[in-house]
Design a protein. Structure first.
Length: 491
């Protein structure tokens, strides 16, 4: 379905409604409050969001901060806009009083639950909140130091990782760097100067490399765009921690980005670059053939020039570049179909691989609404931890959290497969159900119609999805000699 162009008249009407509702209100910066909703509107428009999302962004603070009600919004702009505004309001309420996400204190637990419910209803709620958070960070200097640090820390722990899961690269970088500047200002300035100094010293050599690559690509009549990419401050901070603060081990401080017409040209460009320079062993990453968990695609290669300079190249198509920069907001997979409508139609399990985490979020939200208990630490693992890609024997890609076990894989395929597991082959060899899966494993689940789930399997899963399916089946069996314990999933 092709997304309709947003109705500017309807959007302008929303602006007038917001102006009237926020009249007499001011931000900490001293500006009229309407400046903030208008900034959120501009950000959402830049991301290419649909009309209802833009209008909800304009009105996102009205229910919480003005006399305007959800019923007023519903009558004026429809149920969808009211639904989104309600979701953002719940999300704002949820984060009030939240401290460290790793500290599950009774006072913060309910807030975190409400946050999960608000996000689970419609992913556009999160996108509006990300736009709201971005503008608030851009104007964070107006707040007292203690609030600056709290908001910045929360952004690093929750919202920047969520932006990354949506593959909104530009947003992730800006959120992380703006936040890091307040969380650790001295370290931020130190690394910023280091990046500037390193890049200045490499300027001449990079210009020479650009000229050589440009000439070689033109000779082969490949249409391309060549530009530089400087590593962000927070990304460098994390990488230096990984390499014991050794800056010489960071090869992608500056990278050259080659954007071409199609996938074939990506591999042609890779071959041309390798004909010019020596590729470093173990430094070629093909994220086109094997995308990252958030859907990111590109070829990365680090080479050594004849002058002994080390430089990283990133090669991708225009479409891949657009998705790498703006992620879900760029293509907006759902177009005008709301996430909630897809859930109601039973389409949860037909999401793209890189969006399966949204399914987990929705399932968790549904449990919370039903009053069921949720293991928050396990939820954090599933949503924020690193993921791995494993394969079925037919080559289908399955996205799982690191540390996942064969039963997690089986239940991700289908509950009927999970219920009847008798064994597993990993990379063609017989293995056991306690073996943790690794990136790139080919996993074959062996089943038998005579097999039934066992309570001991609760020790052999880490995902909420698998645990939910297993417990459901065990409750259906309801054998008197098979009492289901109150059991915590192992990490």
């Amino acid at each position: 379905m092709v997304q309709k162009k947003p109705d500017s008249a309807r959007i302008e009407h929303a602006v007038e409604v917001a102006k009237k509702a926020h009249e007499g209100q001011f931000r900490k910066t001293g500006e009229p409050y309407i400046v903030h909703p208008l900034a959120v509107k501009k950000i959402l428009e830049e991301w290419g969001m649909d009309e209802d999302t833009i209008i909800a962004g304009i009105l996102h603070d009205t229910v919480e901060d003005t006399d305007l009600t959800l019923e007023d919004i519903k009558k004026e702009f429809g149920e969808s806009v009211a639904f989104l505004v309600d979701g953002v309001t719940k999300l704002s309420t949820a984060r009030n009083g939240m401290r460290d996400i790793d500290t599950y204190l009774p006072a913060t637990k309910d807030n975190f639950l409400r946050l999960m419910i608000a996000l689970g209803d419609d992913i556009r709620v999160l996108i509006i909140k990300l736009a709201d958070r971005l503008h608030n960070l851009r104007t964070l200097s107006a707040l007292p130091p203690d609030k600056q640090k709290k908001i910045a820390k929360e952004t690093l722990e929750v919202f920047a990782p969520l932006a990354d899961r949506l593959n909104m690269g530009l947003l992730r970088v800006e959120l992380a760097d703006l936040s890091f500047k307040y969380v650790d200002p001295r370290r931020f300035e130190e690394l910023k100067k280091l990046i500037e100094t390193r890049n200045k010293s490499a300027e001449k050599s990079l210009k020479k490399i650009e000229e050589e690559v440009t000439a070689a690509l033109k000779k082969e009549k490949i249409k391309f765009q060549l530009s530089g990419r400087v590593k962000s401050v927070y990304s460098l901070h994390k990488k230096l921690a990984k390499y014991d603060q050794n800056i010489n081990a960071v090869y992608d401080l500056t990278a050259l980005r080659v954007i071409v017409e199609d996938v074939t040209d990506c591999y042609l460009a890779l071959g041309i670059i390798h004909s010019l320079y020596t590729p470093m062993n173990g430094r070629i990453k093909d994220y086109i053939a094997m995308p990252k968990q958030n859907g990111y695609q590109s070829i990365h290669t680090t080479v050594i020039t004849k002058d002994k300079h080390v430089v990283e190249f990133q090669i991708r198509t225009k479409e891949m570049h657009e998705y790498a920069e703006r992620g879900l907001a760029a293509s907006f997979y759902y177009n005008e179909q709301k996430l909630t409508e897809n859930y109601k139609k039973g389409k949860i399990e037909h999401l793209p691989t890189n969006l399966l985490w949204i399914t987990e979020l929705q399932m968790t939200a549904a449990k919370l609404r039903e009053g069921k208990k949720v293991d928050l630490k396990k939820l954090k693992i599933n949503l924020f931890a690193d993921k791995i890609f494993v394969y079925t024997p037919k080559g289908d890609i399955i996205d799982l959290p690191k540390g996942a076990l064969p039963l997690d894989f089986a239940y991700r395929l289908h509950s009927e497969i999970g219920d009847h597991v008798v064994g597993v082959k990993i990379n063609g060899k017989m293995s056991n159900l306690n073996k943790r899966l690794e990136q790139g494993d080919i996993v074959e689940i062996l089943t038998s119609k005579n097999q039934t789930p066992k309570t001991s399997w609760l020790d052999r899963i880490i995902t909420s999805h698998a645990r939910s399916k297993l417990l459901h089946r065990l409750n259906l069996i309801n054998r008197p000699d098979d009492v289901i314990p109150k059991h915590k999933t192992k990490k």
